[in-house]
Design a protein around this ligand. Structure first.
Ligand code: CMX
Length: 135
């Protein structure tokens, strides 16, 4: 597979305001977009840095996966997303090599991108997202 770059680093926050205070006001990263991904019960805030982004993740409901993550682990890095050229062939290659996938088929994430999560059991405990590079 061809990984093009780190697409973004997802950081779970209790509320966007406190996250933005550090990442935007103090580090000076520019908030370039906000988007609610209703199906995943999460609101995302994008702050580009070079050709990658910090993505702050705020839960939109108490039963949101991000709310559960915060309950269990507190604020912190939630996932790392790698941009790949062809997500379908990347998922097949991983499966053929015995890697457990949370998403065997791509779903739609923020920015209308095709994304898929890999089970952290197979990735040294870090939730890894593949995100298809827009052609
Ligand atoms: N870090 C490490 N491990 C994690 C994890 C995380 N952030 N999230 C889940 N896991 C672990 C769970 O503990 C669980 O482990 P076990 O199987 O050993 O119990 C395993 O991964 C599967 O998690 P789950 O919650 O049982 O599985 P689901 O299929 O219900 O959900 C997931 C998995 C990753 C999709 C969901 O937890 C999640 O985080 N959804 C939100 C996704 C998100 O951030 N979307 C933002 C927009 C996407 C984008 O475009 O970037």
């Amino acid at each position: 597979m061809k990984v093009v770059r780190v697409d973004h680093i997802g950081i779970a926050v209790n509320n966007a305001e406190s996250g933005l205070k550090f990442f935007s006001q103090l580090l000076g990263l520019k908030l370039e977009g906000e988007e609610t991904v209703a199906e995943q019960k999460v609101k995302t805030f994008f702050l580009p840095v070079g050709d990658t982004e910090v993505e702050l993740l705020e839960a939109t409901a108490p039963d949101s996966p991000v709310a559960k993550f915060l309950e269990k682990r507190g604020e912190g890095v939630h996932h790392i997303a790698f941009s790949v050229e062809d997500i379908d062939s990347a998922l097949k290659e991983l499966q053929d090599n015995g890697i457990g996938l949370i998403d065997t088929k791509p779903r739609i994430g923020a920015g209308n991108k095709r994304i898929a999560f890999i089970h952290p059991k197979f990735t040294s405990g870090v939730l890894v997202e593949l995100s298809e590079a827009k052609k």
